[in-house]
Design a binder for this molecule. Structure first.
Ligand SMILES: CC(=O)N[C@H]1[C@@H](OP(=O)(O)OP(=O)(O)OC[C@H]2O[C@@H](n3ccc(=O)[nH]c3=O)[C@H](O)[C@@H]2O)O[C@H](CO)[C@@H](O)[C@@H]1O[C@H](C)C(=O)N[C@@H](C)C(=O)N[C@H](CCC(=O)O)C(=O)O
Ligand SMILES: Nc1ncnc2c1ncn2[C@@H]1O[C@H](COP(=O)(O)OP(=O)(O)OP(=O)(O)O)[C@@H](O)[C@H]1O
Ligand SMILES: N[C@H](CCC[C@H](N)C(=O)O)C(=O)O
Ligand SMILES: [Mg+2]
Length: 478
């Protein structure tokens, strides 16, 4: 594609590049630049892409898109390289998002789960659906591995193009707060945007809860319709900031457009009555926990906003399956239960432990750690909540990344120091899981928190294979 075609619609401040140049690939990482490519220089948090312009040109880049051009370089100067990258990506792939119904979910917890519920309901209604999120990307049932919850704009549009070409009519995606601030979804118009909740996470990046909230609110400035959790403390502000009509949902608050009543929380799922537009339907979802009612309402809100009849949506919900690593039961053939869950924030820990407490006949044993190079202030809070809600805690490692595992654990223990809940510290996670299994008692529920679908432990930029399902299975082989 010619450079000028890639730049269609991009607000160019000045250019010394040849618009007729035939561009190979578009790269935002100099290390991947090859002959004839376009290098987009981005100012980041760790480094500045402008530092690598010279290197990119040496490697054969045909032109550079940047915010500040070095002398003599074939450069296209723009105000914001991240936005330009997103616009170039849409041009490069033929604006695939425009030909599908785009659906986005933001919020601290529940995004992944909600997206799977929406996909399931839309597929039941006969649509081919693409899904983008933390666990994996899906084109129908084809799995595409992912590194991110919301990919960088260029990868995102490439993925949309594959989805469009495969016949997808709808895309349901998680829209992380990082992606909203870093313009990964810039230029995408969502038919429906949905907000699950706002609780503490990612303060390493957003610094304050209000910044974090405002990041999420961006979604409702680029959506035709919104779906908002009225029970969340941030609901009023989210509604005030929204630039689109919003459907609210609630467990019990009759003011909400979509309201759940007669909640029944079972060990293997939830049931409730959903009222919407004067109609009522009984909803069943085979995933346990009060938060599953909220996720079900969020997903229902999205498909109702698209015009799906309530009765059809409710019928479909009953056949939804669980999501890998979200309250997932690990088969053990013992008289106790092992669950794998992705709770990795104070609210996630609280919710999953309360849910488990709701159906546990014996002790609730919480095994968890906290990620390195991530929000440190959530660590003692997660520790305190786990100590408050579990009968026994095992504190271990969860993706230490470049931090010292024991130092992360010490941050967690800070929040547990006044607790009388018995606990054990075992830095090595497989060893900690073994210890939990060795000491399990009848009717215990052992909740392995934080890894969810992840099948690795990330240490110093290297992902070492570690699948909790395999660790449990191997334990019982011996
Ligand atoms: C905080 C954050 O999200 N950072 C993302 C951001 O990095 P950045 O802007 O700081 O980039 P940088 O590392 O300073 O580099 C600046 C530019 O120089 C380029 N570069 C760098 C080195 C070099 O030799 N040559 C070169 O050209 C880089 O490719 C980049 O374009 O843009 C990069 C390019 O897309 C991302 O890889 C990077 O994700 C980092 C690695 C990350 O871990 N992100 C996580 C926190 C994240 O995005 N998480 C969310 C939410 C998770 C959830 O709760 O579900 C997600 O959506 O996954
Ligand atoms: N609506 C909810 N409210 C609070 N906690 C929830 C909710 N839904 C799920 N959880 C808890 O949070 C964990 C993460 O859920 P899920 O993966 O659906 O969230 P997410 O928003 O996609 O997270 P991430 O930011 O990592 O992508 C679950 O394993 C569960 O413990
Ligand atoms: N995607 C999120 C959750 C990671 C969960 C946990 N395993 C961790 O490493 O903290 C993040 O990158 O913050
Ligand atoms: Mg997710």
């Amino acid at each position: 594609m010619k450079l000028q075609e890639l730049l269609k619609g991009v607000a160019v401040l000045s250019s010394t590049a040849d618009g007729e140049a035939e561009i190979g690939e578009v790269r935002y990482d100099s290390r991947a630049v090859g002959k004839g490519d376009l290098f987009v220089a981005i100012r980041g948090y760790a480094t500045d892409g402008h530092k690598y312009i010279e290197k990119a040109l040496e490697q054969g880049a045909a032109a550079v898109v940047c915010e500040e051009a070095p002398e003599g370089a074939p450069a296209v100067v723009v105000e914001n390289s991240r936005k330009a990258l997103a616009e170039i990506a849409a041009n490069r792939f033929g604006h695939p998002a425009d030909s599908m119904v785009m659906l986005g979910v933001t919020g601290t917890n529940g995004k992944t789960t909600t997206t799977y519920l929406v996909k399931h309901m839309l597929e039941d209604a006969g649509h081919k659906v693409g899904l983008i999120g933390t666990n994996q990307n899906l084109i129908g049932s084809e799995v595409i591995e992912t590194e991110r919850t919301t990919p960088e704009s260029y990868e995102l549009h490439a993925l949309f193009a594959r989805m469009r070409d495969a016949g997808c009519t709808h895309v349901i995606m998680e829209v992380s707060s990082h992606s909203l601030v870093l313009d990964r979804v810039h230029g995408i118009r969502f038919a429906v945007g949905a907000f699950t909740n706002l609780t503490q996470d990612h303060l390493d990046f957003h610094k304050t809860m209000e910044n974090y909230r405002q990041a999420k609110a961006i979604l409702f400035t680029v959506s035709d319709r919104g779906v908002i959790n009225l029970d969340d403390a941030a609901a009023d502000k989210m509604l005030a900031d929204a630039k689109c009509p919003c459907l609210t949902y609630s467990c019990g608050n009759e003011k909400a457009g979509l309201c759940a009543t007669n909640l029944q929380l079972h060990a293997d799922g939830v049931e409730f009555d959903a009222r919407y537009n004067g109609e009522t339907a009984h909803v069943r979802l085979p995933i346990p926990g009060h938060f599953s009612v909220e996720n079900a309402l969020n997903a229902l809100g999205m498909v109702l906003s698209l015009g799906m009849p309530l009765a059809d949506a409710a019928k479909s919900m009953a056949t939804a399956t669980g999501v890998k690593g979200r309250v997932e039961v690990v088969p053990t053939d013992t008289d106790y239960t092992v669950l794998i869950d992705y709770a990795h924030s104070p609210d996630g820990v609280e919710n999953v432990l309360k849910a488990v407490r709701g159906f546990a006949k014996g002790r609730v044993v919480a095994l968890f750690g906290c990620g390195g190079d991530r929000d440190r202030t959530k660590r003692p809070k997660m520790g305190r909540i786990a100590a408050d809600l579990a009968d026994f805690c095992i504190v271990t490692s969860d993706n230490p990344r470049t931090e010292e595992p024991k130092a992360i654990i010490d941050d967690i223990l800070e929040g547990m120091k006044d607790s009388k809940t018995p606990m054990q510290v075992i830095v090595d996670r497989p060893a900690a899981i073994h210890w939990a299994l060795e000491h399990a008692q009848k009717d215990d529920i052992i909740v392995l928190m934080g890894k969810g679908h992840e099948t690795y432990q990330e240490v110093n930029h290297v992902k070492h294979h570690m699948d909790e399902r395999e660790i449990v299975a191997e334990y019982f082989k011996n």
